[in-house]
Design a protein around this ligand. Structure first.
Ligand code: UDP
Length: 370
């Protein structure tokens, strides 16, 4: 018996936005989630009054007013501005790459001097950049590539920069002003009270079942609803018939320091040398300008994904994109299933892009049928 209009598999941002839109259109929604909590990777856990981003730091940012207005309907956002630092063998540099970084790197003071140095160094690359290394050198020259990009990226992705796609690094802005704001987007912030506030509002009114893996009994779950919104990995949905997609995963080492009220003075410190085994340390209280007596820090260790680990980053190289395309061809032909989100779309999405995708699909899906 189909009791629900939509079964939503996975309670990350995609599933929760879809759920909200469906319920607002009068639909009945069941969400099943294999973890013991809702929210996917934006889930926060409170430790000593500090909202800890359990699955890595999430800083909301968007260029689009409609997406900003959407999230602000469900949570108030603070004015956190992401200005991470890079630590290369004890030397501190400002991120993203800007006049402060260039001054710290070369002692230059003017944009003209910085541009001349980069111009000189980028001549190492000829023609259109074919991989991340060439793209990075083309953007910022060899010095910054060697100290602030190469080690971090190779730790993060577990592959040489020459084998990674150029687009990964174009996420990072390069600018010739003294501006340490990581994002160029007009809107950014963190939900006051953490992401759980936003998620709980989005799913208000839905039935939720936790600790339950849809793939363990898909026939049974499929019968509960007319349509299924699936936000898990697409290769597992199709039983890996074209081979396994690869991901990078992360291990988080979280520590509460009761007698230290400010460990590093910034929310995000990247460790860009190759030898330090973690890529960054997050100090969570700074996301919400916390004034607690202690602090919580998390060291982030990237690793190659294996089954039973959490898949975080899709690896959009040639090999994996080919495999994904085969699964995607099957997926578009499924009348009962809707696939969406970072995992099902195998895409390195920011949160706003996930919301945009869920809003677009739900708009199309929920429009009154003629
Ligand atoms: N990156 C880097 N050095 C840094 C920070 C980032 O080389 O200090 C590169 C790295 O390749 C990374 C990419 O830029 O994968 C994108 O970084 P971003 O901070 O957007 O990654 P996320 O926060 O999504 O993990």
């Amino acid at each position: 018996m189909e009791k629900y209009d939509y079964l939503i598999v996975g309670s990350g941002i995609y599933g929760c936005v879809f759920a909200r839109q469906a319920m607002d259109a009068g639909k009945k929604v069941l969400i099943i989630e294999k973890r013991p909590h809702v929210g996917g990777n934006v889930y926060c856990e409170e430790i000593e009054g500090i909202n800890v981003h359990v699955y890595g730091p999430h800083i909301f940012h968007t260029k689009q007013k409609c997406i900003w207005d959407y999230v602000n309907k469900y949570a108030q956002f603070n004015r956190f501005t992401n200005s991470p630092l890079a630590n290369y063998k004890g030397e501190i540099y400002n991120m993203p790459f800007n006049m402060n970084t260039f001054r710290q790197m070369w002692g230059v003071r003017t944009p003209y001097e910085a541009k001349r140095i980069i111009e000189d160094q980028r001549s190492a690359v000829r023609g259109k950049p074919r991989n991340l290394e060439e793209q990075a050198i083309n953007l910022v020259g060899t010095d910054i590539y060697e100290r602030l990009i190469k080690g971090y990226t190779e730790k993060q992705w577990g592959r040489p920069c020459t084998e990674l796609p150029p687009f990964i690094i174009t996420r990072l802005p390069v600018r010739f002003t003294y501006n340490n704001n990581y994002f160029v987007d007009r809107y950014q912030g963190i939900p006051i009270g953490g992401y759980n506030v936003l998620i709980n509002k989005l799913i208000d009114g839905a039935e939720v079942i936790l600790n339950t893996d849809y793939l363990d009994d898909r026939e049974k779950w499929d019968e509960t609803a007319e349509k299924v919104v699936y936000t898990g990995t697409l290769d597992s949905f199709y039983n890996y018939r074209f081979g396994k997609l690869e991901y990078r995963t992360l291990r988080f080492d979280t520590e509460y320091l009761p007698h230290n009220d400010n460990f590093q003075g910034v929310a995000v410190m990247n460790y860009t040398d190759r030898e330090t085994p973690f890529t960054r340390i997050i100090e969570h209280k700074h996301f919400e300008f916390g004034r607690q007596e202690g602090t919580v820090i998390t060291r982030e260790y990237p690793a190659e994904w294996e089954e039973s680990m959490e898949p975080y980053y899709p690896i959009n190289d040639y090999k994996n994109s080919e495999i994904y395309a085969q699964y995607a061809e099957l997926a578009v032909k499924e009348p009962k299933y809707i696939f969406g989100g970072r995992l099902a779309e195998y895409n390195y999405f920011d949160m706003d892009k996930v919301i945009e995708s869920a809003l677009e699909t739900s708009k199309h899906e929920l429009k009154p049928k003629a």
